[in-house]
Design a protein around this ligand. Structure first.
Ligand SMILES: [Zn+2]
Length: 381
């Protein structure tokens, strides 16, 4: 039996002690709620948010004058990226849509992308990953036994956006992340960097990475040198899931796929099977907590939902993932049974990042480094 101490849950949201580095104040409010309050100050809504958004949009327009595109939007067919694209067009921007095709898109996602682009008259650049190489990297991450098994996609998306921005001379990448609906993933649940990718593939993979769009230090240096900025546009506007979905369905003939990040078969497997089954990680706690803080869900409802299993997974889905990765069931079972590890067990840039903690604090205070990223990398407590 776990004692009540080990099961402590925030009195404001539903974040609990299964989350690494969580801490609580005297009233039992967690550090993630405090982080949310900080973010609210950083990205205000209402009049001030509208003014800030206006200034950013003007800046993007000025910098991209005379160009065919003035910003890039990464699209997945999911709600956030579809809305971001819609919003960019409504604000009078000229986005180029970019899609990282990792081979796992669901048919609904593909149709959503196609319809949105047609309706909004936006050009699309798709980067199709080398499947043999990518599949091998995904298997390597499963063998590494870390909860970061989805970062080959996340890093691949980032690397693709960087490459297209550099190639096309576009200075702004719009970001569809909303802290009000998605929250901030704790470091122990998601960590990503390019060195980590290379290290895992070297240790567990069959092939070296030749075409995979990785993001290593030299890529980051190039992006900084070229003054390519990432703008979290959605954070400046009211972002309500129900309202946004209605707009997308009406305006873009968009279809809901049934859950957060369920637009990809692998993400579905990752969030509803691998993470909860193997690592005891239920990411809904982060998402629901964010929705509670932004008034889009009640705490009672979230607590009730969390009691039920994460998105019910189907055997069919697991079999599909196993067969697509060309594994046998027994190979897969062996991987599932491996003891859980973390990114601290492998070479990453993290020790280097830690060594630069103070300079980074200075740079975020000077608004040169995202405060959110700093707070994620150096959690309090
Ligand atoms: Zn909380």
């Amino acid at each position: 039996m776990k004692n009540s101490q080990s099961n402590k849950i925030c009195t404001r949201c539903v974040a609990d002690t299964t989350i690494p580095n969580i801490s609580f104040d005297k009233e039992g409010v967690c550090n993630f709620c405090y982080l949310h309050n900080e973010m609210e100050k950083e990205y205000p809504q209402g009049k001030i948010g509208a003014q800030k958004l206006k200034e950013i949009v003007q800046e993007i327009k000025n910098k991209g004058q005379g160009k065919k595109y003035n910003c890039i939007v990464g699209v997945s067919g999911g709600r956030d990226s579809s809305f971001l694209l819609y919003m960019a067009v409504k604000l009078g921007l000229k986005p180029l849509a970019v899609h990282f095709d990792n081979g796992w898109d669901s048919p609904i996602a593909v149709t959503n992308i196609k319809k949105s682009l047609e309706k909004l008259k936006i050009d699309l650049e798709t980067i199709v990953v080398n499947w043999e190489e990518f599949k091998d990297l995904q298997i390597s991450y499963l063998k590494a036994s870390v909860p970061d098994a989805e970062i080959p996609t996340d890093v691949g998306i980032l690397g693709t956006l960087h490459r297209v921005a550099i190639k096309e001379g576009i200075k702004y990448i719009l970001n569809g992340h909303s802290f009000r609906t998605e929250g901030v993933q704790p470091l122990g649940w998601t960590y990503m960097d390019g060195k980590y990718i290379v290290a895992i593939q070297k240790k567990f993979g069959k092939y070296p990475l030749k075409t995979y769009p990785n993001v290593n230090l030299s890529d980051l240096a190039e992006v900084t040198w070229q003054k390519i900025k990432t703008v979290p546009l959605i954070n400046y506007v009211e972002y309500n899931h129900t309202k946004v979905q209605k707009i997308l369905e009406k305006e873009l003939d968009w279809t809901y796929y049934g859950g957060h990040h369920q637009e990809s078969y692998y993400t579905n497997f990752f969030q509803s099977y691998l993470l909860p089954k193997k690592f005891g990680i239920d990411k809904r706690k982060i998402e629901y907590s964010a929705l509670i803080r932004s008034g889009q869900m009640t705490r009672e409802n979230a607590l009730l939902k969390i009691k039920t299993a994460p998105v019910p997974y189907e055997d069919e889905m697991i079999n599909y993932v196993i067969s697509k990765l060309w594994m046998t069931r027994s190979e897969f079972n062996k991987i599932m049974a491996l003891p859980a590890k973390t990114f601290h067990d492998y070479p990453t840039y993290y020790p280097l990042i830690r060594a630069f903690k103070w300079p980074m604090k200075m740079t975020y205070k000077l608004n040169l480094f995202p405060k959110l990223l700093y707070q994620k990398l150096f959690p309090k407590g």
